[in-house]
Design a binder for this molecule. Structure first.
Ligand code: KIV
Length: 304
C-alpha cells in the first residue's frame, strides 16, 4: 500500500501527492558533502508554485529560478530585458512550492553590473522578500562574489556561455574551445572559488574543459551542455518537459512532450464544449437547500 496521502478533487476521485518525509532539506554543507562523495547533483529551473513544487517533490537538489524566465515564460527573444521585480515575483511563487531543495535566484542583467553595492542590495531583496537561499551570478566577477559572500549571501557562479553576454559573444556559441579561452575559464573558475562561490555552473563548454575545472575545484560544478565530467547537471524545466518548442540545443534531453500533449488535451476540451459533451450532470451542481452533497463537499474543500 502506498504511503502517499490523497486529496479529493472535483471530477476526479483523488490525486496522489508523493512526499518523502525522510529527505533532508538541502544545505550548502550537504552539497559540498555530495561532491566529496561523488554523488551527482540535480538542478532544475522552475518559475512558479506548481513548477517549484513538482521539481521539489521529484527530488531535485537545487531549484533555480533562472533568468531564462525571460524566454521560456515571458516570451522574450533573450534574457536581457527581465527585471528584478519580475524575477522577484517568480522567486516568491517558486518559494511557496519548494520545501526541501535549495532555492537559488538568478541575478538578472543589470542587477549587479554597477558593482558590489548594487549586487548586495539586489541579492538581499531575493533573500528577504523572495525567500531565496542563494543567488546566481553570470560571468567572471570575483569582486561581486566576494561582496555577496561577505554579506552572507551564498553565490553560485556561472561561466562559459553566459547568455547575458549575448552581444559581446556574438551569439549562443560554445565557449573555451581555443587554448587561451580554455585557460581563461579555468583561471576565472579558480578565482570565483577563492572569492567565496559555493558552486559553479558551466554552460556550453567542451567536456574536457568542464572535467578539468571540476577536478581542480573543491566546490561542485553543475553543467549544462558541458558534458558528463561535471559534479551535477541542470536543465531548464520547459526544455526537459518539451514545453519550449522554439529552440532545441543539442544538450537538451526532452523527457516529455508536454507542449504537444497540452495542445491535444485543450483541443479535446474545445471539442467537448462545442459538441455539448462538457459539462456532464456529475460535473454540475444541484439546486435545493439540503446541504452539501459529498461531491460538492470535496469541491468546497478545494475551492472554498
Ligand atoms: O537562467 C537559467 O535558466 C540558467 C540555467 C540554464 C543555468 O542560467
Amino acid at each position: 500500500m502506498s504511503s502517499h496521502p490523497t486529496v479529493p478533487t472535483p471530477g476526479h476521485s483523488s490525486v496522489r501527492i508523493p512526499h518523502d518525509p525522510g529527505r533532508l532539506p538541502m544545505t550548502l554543507p550537504l552539497l559540498a558533502e555530495k561532491k566529496r562523495l561523488g554523488e551527482p547533483l540535480v538542478m532544475v529551473t522552475a518559475y512558479d508554485y506548481p513548477q517549484g513544487r513538482t521539481a521539489d517533490v521529484a527530488g531535485a537538489d537545487i531549484v533555480l529560478v533562472g533568468d531564462s524566465l525571460a524566454m521560456v515564460v515571458l516570451g522574450h527573444p533573450d534574457t536581457l530585458s527581465v527585471t528584478m521585480d519580475e524575477m522577484l515575483h517568480h522567486v516568491r511563487a517558486a518559494r511557496r512550492g519548494v520545501k526541501r531543495a535549495l532555492l537559488v535566484a538568478d541575478m538578472p542583467y543589470g542587477s549587479f553590473h554597477l558593482g558590489a553595492q548594487q549586487a548586495v542590495a539586489n541579492a538581499l531583496r531575493f533573500v528577504k522578500e523572495g525567500g531565496a537561499q542563494a543567488v546566481k551570478i553570470e560571468g567572471a566577477r570575483p569582486d561581486v562574489v566576494a561582496a555577496l559572500a561577505a554579506a552572507e549571501v551564498p553565490v553560485m557562479a556561472h561561466l562559459g556561455l553566459t547568455p547575458q553576454s549575448l552581444h559581446r559573444l556574438g551569439g549562443y556559441k560554445v565557449q573555451g574551445r581555443e587554448e587561451a579561452a580554455h585557460q581563461a575559464i579555468l583561471a576565472a573558475a579558480l578565482e570565483l572559488e577563492a572569492a567565496g562561490a559555493f558552486s559553479l555552473v558551466l554552460e556550453c563548454v567542451p567536456t574536457q574543459l568542464a572535467g578539468e575545472v571540476s577536478d581542480r575545484l573543491a566546490i561542485p560544478t553543475i553543467g549544462i551542455g558541458a558534458g558528463a565530467g561535471c559534479d551535477g547537471q541542470v536543465l531548464v524545466y520547459h526544455d526537459l518537459l518539451g514545453l519550449e518548442e522554439r529552440i532545441a540545443p543539442r544538450f537538451v534531453r526532452r523527457y516529455a512532450e508536454l507542449g504537444r500533449e497540452s495542445r491535444e488535451q485543450i483541443e479535446r476540451f474545445a471539442a467537448d464544449v462545442r459538441g455539448r459533451r462538457f459539462p456532464s450532470a456529475q460535473e454540475s451542481y444541484g439546486g435545493g437547500s439540503g446541504g452539501a452533497r459529498p461531491a460538492e463537499d470535496a469541491a468546497q474543500r478545494i475551492y472554498g
